[in-house]
Ligand binder design. Structure first.
Ligand code: C2E
Ligand code: CA
Ligand code: CA
Length: 507
């Protein structure tokens, strides 16, 4: 506009000069000036529009870049991954691949501590580290090159990343890559003088075994990641049994793991009595969970899940430690110092059970004979040979073994003979109805006779009434436990209870 106005001024000046009868050279000078002005104006207009076009193209490029890249880290995003997969799978649909999902954990603290813009910088740096680590992973899909370095990491958004790996004849390649990343990437970063710590967790889903669509594979890899990071011993590869877990159950298990570490678990105890002499022979401990919002939880609400998810191992270790420490305290107070602990079938498959026990006996100066382990028949069903070998090792160590819930399973006499056990426990369900049901009476009688023939002790659980106690004594079973003597109570009160019982029952 500014230039166009000056053009008009020049035109009107030329006209005035003609009116004044100016000479020819003046006119031609003015005409040349006019032409020059037009050329100048035209060029200027051309430059501006070229500049505009250039800017628009740059903007388009930027838009193109950000539609395929994450705007925080600059790494390829999910659309980019999808695009690449579409063409890859078209070219080689029969090939198998692994989708490796990586999540940065504990990043919320980084956000809180450093604010969003700083933590975005850190996020970009971590992404860079992961990508660097993938430098030698040639089977990982390369999205693009930057400064001649391959970009193999996709930023799904937030703290989630993905890598697409071609399967080779090398077994467990994706797990290997995942373990390497989990182990070597998370070095603490120093920001404003603070060390920022974080961890990586991974989950893997395989194409086409676990799904053929990217979203399906991602969902399954997420599930595997949750299992792997929340539940001990779970591989990071998806398996269909993971689909049975609701996130509620997973949360509960993650909380249980934390509860063990934070001391929310507690032990209750129930005395085992010589029904004839009224002597206390032992105390059986039962675990309880003081959940911050669900209240006091009994084992039936979390044990099966704990077994399924591997949380049972740290739980049993905790129970054993508490039990052995209690044995030592009771012995010091010259009270009954035998404790029975329930162990799960899964525990029997853990080689370290022996080491744990040896360590505890040594630490608390307790004799193995002061500990009784109760295990159920199911413990022997899944892997009989391994379970039996562990029972033999426990027996050699010197701990007493009892077969729990006896009568509810299928153990035959011949089988029972092979087990290195010292006691059978007749299940509550037979005992509580003993005085009312001929059938329960007959079964209990048969178990007692059989046990006697095999030189095994019999413990009756669930003794609630005097009639039951008397009937058991008549049948030849002397050892019992149940509400008749005491409901389970907190283990910390056992010493006081024992003293009171002794006082009340000394003849
Ligand atoms: P169990 O070993 O057969 O324990 C007996 C269950 O019956 C206990 O339930 C006990 O509180 C209850 N009980 C005791 N006396 C009576 C009675 O007179 N009448 C009736 N009706 N019930 C009685 P609890 O504490 O809920 O434990 C249930 C099961 O959970 C136990 O069955 C045991 O298999 C398991 N368990 C408990 N604590 C642990 C533990 O620390 N580790 C493992 N692996 N399992 C445990
Ligand atoms: Ca038991
Ligand atoms: Ca039972």
């Amino acid at each position: 506009m500014r230039y166009a106005c000056s053009g008009l001024v020049i035109v009107s000046a030329a006209a005035q000069a003609q009116d004044a009868g100016a000479s020819l050279p003046v006119i031609s000078l003015l005409t040349s000036l006019l032409i020059l002005a037009f050329i100048y104006l035209f060029k200027l207009k051309f430059d501006v529009s070229r500049l505009k076009k250039k800017l628009a193209a740059k903007k388009d490029n930027q838009l193109g870049f950000y539609s395929l890249h994450d705007d925080i880290s600059g790494f390829p995003n999910k659309f980019f991954l999808q695009q690449q997969l579409d063409s890859l799978l078209k070219r080689a649909p029969e090939q198998c691949y692994s989708l490796l999902l990586i999540k940065i954990s504990q990043f919320e603290q980084v956000n809180q501590l450093l604010g969003h813009s700083n933590s975005n910088l850190i996020l970009a740096q971590i992404a860079q580290r992961i990508n660097e680590q993938l430098h030698s992973a040639d089977t990982a899909l390369t999205f693009e090159f930057r400064q001649q370095r391959p970009i193999r990491l996709c930023h799904l958004g937030g703290v989630d990343f993905a890598i697409w790996l071609e399967c080779t004849d090398k077994q467990h390649l994706a797990e290997f890559v995942a373990d390497e990343l989990e182990r070597s990437v998370p070095e603490p970063m120093v920001v404003h003088g603070c060390a920022v710590e974080y961890q990586l967790h991974s989950g893997i889903a395989n194409y086409p075994e676990h799904g053929t669509q990217l979203n399906e594979l991602l969902e399954r890899a997420y599930l595997a990641l949750q299992h792997h990071s929340w539940l001990q011993g779970k591989s990071q590869v998806f398996s269909p049994d993971m689909l049975h877990f609701t996130s509620d159950k997973l949360t509960l298990m993650a909380e249980l793991r934390q509860a063990i570490a934070e001391g929310q678990l507690t032990l209750y105890v129930q005395p085992q009595i010589d029904m004839h002499s009224r002597e206390v022979l032992a105390g059986e401990v039962y675990v309880r969970w003081r959940h911050p919002s669900r209240g006091l939880m009994t084992p039936d609400s979390f044990l099966a899940l704990a077994e399924e998810t591997g949380v049972i191992y740290p739980l049993t270790q905790w129970v054993l430690k508490e039990a052995v420490a209690t044995i030592a305290q009771l012995a010091q107070a010259q009270l009954v110092s035998k404790i029975a602990v329930n162990i799960s079938s899964k525990d029997l498959l853990q080689d370290e059970l022996i080491d744990t026990l040896e360590f505890l006996f040594d630490k608390y100066k307790v004799k193995p004979q002061q500990l009784m382990l109760e295990l159920k028949e199911q413990a022997l069903i899944a892997e009989p040979a391994r379970a039996m070998s562990m029972m033999q090792r426990l027996h050699r160590l010197g701990v007493e073994l009892a077969l729990d819930d006896f009568g509810t399973g299928f153990s035959s006499l011949a089988y029972l003979r092979k087990l290195p056990i010292q006691h059978v426990k007749v299940d509550c369900s037979f005992i509580s109805e003993l005085h009312k049901s001929d059938m329960h009476s007959a079964i209990t009688g048969a178990i007692i006779d059989m046990a006697r023939n095999l030189d095994l002790g019999v413990i009756a659980e669930g003794v609630e009434e005097v009639e039951v106690e008397q009937k058991l004594l008549r049948m030849g079973c002397q050892r019992g436990q149940g509400f008749l003597y005491s409901r389970p109570f907190e283990l910390s009160g056992f010493a006081v209870w024992l003293k009171q019982w002794q006082q009340a029952n000394t003849k």
